[in-house]
Design a protein around this ligand. Structure first.
Ligand code: NA7
Length: 536
């Protein structure tokens, strides 16, 4: 009786953001599978459903932070700004869902609380918060990498008399800062986007900084007609460039070393890159992420900019990053971040000098002062990459739990499959290059590779695919090796390493060998009949 009440599909996808939507389209409309998408929120959009904090916008430019699989979709959609704001991205994804008739297979307000693989039936049973159970041969997680909010366990939070929010769980009707004393904890990409916007509204803003950060101006602005026309004309070329780039952005890395030019020429190149703004500042020289001396020239250029923008010398010094090199942590881009500290209603608190000890009813108490606040905003990031997957309580063959398999850090093959978890695909998982890439490029590659893999199985009458432990071992070594070839592992406080979450294993999680190389490896694996996987 029980078995009959359980609905069955060919595939279940968890999450209805960029990844889940495209994966649904491919599996249902190209492969003809029966597919169900389970989504916790009451709307689609994933990351962009939750992240509605003031100033939230994408750091990739709008004309390439979008799907490339449909020319018609591209032609009919117009972006309004150089960097898309969160609401505009949601409208885009809503449009995609309608255009490809995706909604009828998306079940909203359905939080997955567990999934277990049954070897005898070769089937995954997925359990939801409401106790519903659904089954499928294939389970695909499209849960994002930065979707599990990290709210630090600061003693006394529950005693706070005001209101507090995490940026990744922002109230949909917004937060009114008018006349309020606001404390903002965290100066990563999120805090750096939010601070200038909050400062304009609030009576007073206190920014609590643990690690000073580099930031480059985004130079956001409206997409004017000339630029739109240029994008349309060059769209095919821009998409090709993005697909073939190391990082999924359609920009060219300079072919010179920062150390091969005269100091004057270098300064001029950095100055031009600063004026142009955005993540492509990194591309000013080819070796900024490879050679510490080359990087130091970029780091020093930004430090000098901070000193020139921020009027109060002590505040400027506190804002100047010295404990890590530029872009070894995810580099933020901003609109008036450093300028914000010249406002009379903004104060910077250096947590390195006096850490937060507690939250008290009236505000935040550090080792040497109490800061009275009405609102606390936690821009404290996420339990990145592994957090969203571990929360699903996945159990593979013989009941093994992903929590146990990953106790010392994530292990996977290509970031897409974990040994012991047959027919489970982890889109943008740890071990994939996604978080180091313009996300939609990585997502389209993952979705197409997974669809290709399932098609391969079906064509050959095969039912099961599972990464071998040896392949995962080798891939783990490749991930380490790729990271070691860059400066990325040098930043000891980076979320790439899990360092932002106390107690999390320190393992460099993303594949840093570049999206282009990764794509080639995945294609080779498929061409060799899914080398490194056991097929049955
Ligand atoms: P990030 O980049 O992880 O930044 C979180 C910030 O919060 C960072 O400055 C942290 O300092 C700080 N933080 C974290 N925990 C604490 C505690 N306990 N006390 C004080 N300060 C703390 O998250 P974002 O949301 O900004 O960005 C995430 C990604 O989203 C971003 O990289 C883009 O890819 C988009 P720390 O540096 O750890 O010392």
């Amino acid at each position: 009786i029980e078995a009959e009440s359980v609905r069955r599909y060919d595939a279940i996808i968890v999450g209805a953001g960029f990844s889940g939507l495209y994966q649904l389209h491919l599996l249902r409309d190209r492969l003809g599978l029966s597919v169900r998408v389970l989504e916790a929120a009451d709307g689609i959009g994933g990351t962009w459903y939750w992240n509605r904090y003031p100033g939230a916008r994408c750091d990739s430019e709008s004309y390439y932070y979008s799907y490339s699989f449909s020319r018609e979709l591209e032609d009919e959609w117009e972006w309004s700004e150089r960097y898309p704001e969160h609401g505009e991205i949601r409208r885009y994804l809503d449009h995609v869902a309608d255009r490809f008739d995706l909604r009828r297979d998306i079940q909203l307000e359905t939080r997955v609380t567990g999934a277990a693989y049954d070897e005898a039936q070769n089937r995954w049973t997925v359990t939801t918060e409401s106790g519903e159970r659904v089954q499928a041969q294939f389970l695909i997680t499209a849960v994002g990498c930065l979707s599990t909010a990290n709210v630090p366990a600061i003693p006394g939070l529950e005693t706070f008399a005001g209101a507090w929010y995490h940026t990744g769980r922002w109230p949909h009707d917004g937060v009114d800062f008018t006349g309020k004393r606001v404390g903002l904890i965290g100066t990563g990409s999120t805090g750096i986007q939010a601070a200038p916007v909050i400062a304009e509204q609030a009576a007073h803003l206190t920014v609590f900084q643990r690690t000073a950060n580099y930031s480059v101006p985004a130079r956001n602005g409206p997409m004017d007609d000339r630029f739109k026309a240029w994008v349309r004309e060059n769209s095919a070329e821009l998409r090709r460039k993005a697909r073939e780039a190391t990082n999924g952005h359609p920009f060219d890395f300079h072919d010179r070393s920062a150390l091969d030019v005269s100091p004057e020429e270098r300064e001029a190149i950095y100055e031009a890159a600063w004026e142009r703004g955005g993540l492509r500042f990194r591309a000013a020289f080819r070796d900024i992420l490879l050679d510490p001396d080359a990087n130091e020239t970029a780091s020093e250029f930004i430090r000098a900019k901070i000193r020139s923008i921020v009027k109060d010398p002590e505040t400027a010094e506190t804002l100047t990053p010295r404990d890590h090199l530029f872009a070894t942590k995810r580099p933020p881009i901003d609109t008036n971040y450093f300028e914000t500290f010249n406002r009379d209603n903004v104060r910077l608190v250096n947590l390195k000098a006096a850490p937060i000890e507690a939250i008290v009813p009236e505000g935040v108490r550090t080792r040497d002062a109490t800061y009275p606040l009405d609102i606390i905003v936690f821009a404290t990031g996420f339990d990145a990459l592994t957090g969203p997957l571990l929360k699903l309580n996945l159990r593979g063959r013989d009941g093994i739990a992903l929590q146990d398999v990953w106790a010392a850090g994530p292990r996977s093959y290509l970031g897409l499959q974990v040994p012991g978890f047959p027919n489970l695909f982890t889109m943008t998982g740890p071990g994939s290059p996604s978080v180091l890439t313009n996300m939609p490029v990585a997502i389209e590659q993952h979705a197409e590779w997974i669809a290709g893999c399932i098609a391969h199985l079906r064509e050959r009458g095969l039912e099961r695919i599972e990464a071998t432990p040896e392949a995962a071992e080798t891939w783990g070594a490749a991930v380490n090796e790729a990271a070691s070839a860059t400066l990325l592992p040098m930043a000891s406080s980076s979320w790439y390493l899990g360092a932002n979450v106390p107690g999390k294993p320190r393992v460099f999680m993303p594949y840093a060998g570049g999206m282009a190389r990764y794509r080639g490896i995945c294609e080779d694996v498929a061409a060799q009949g899914y080398d490194g996987f056991a097929l049955r």
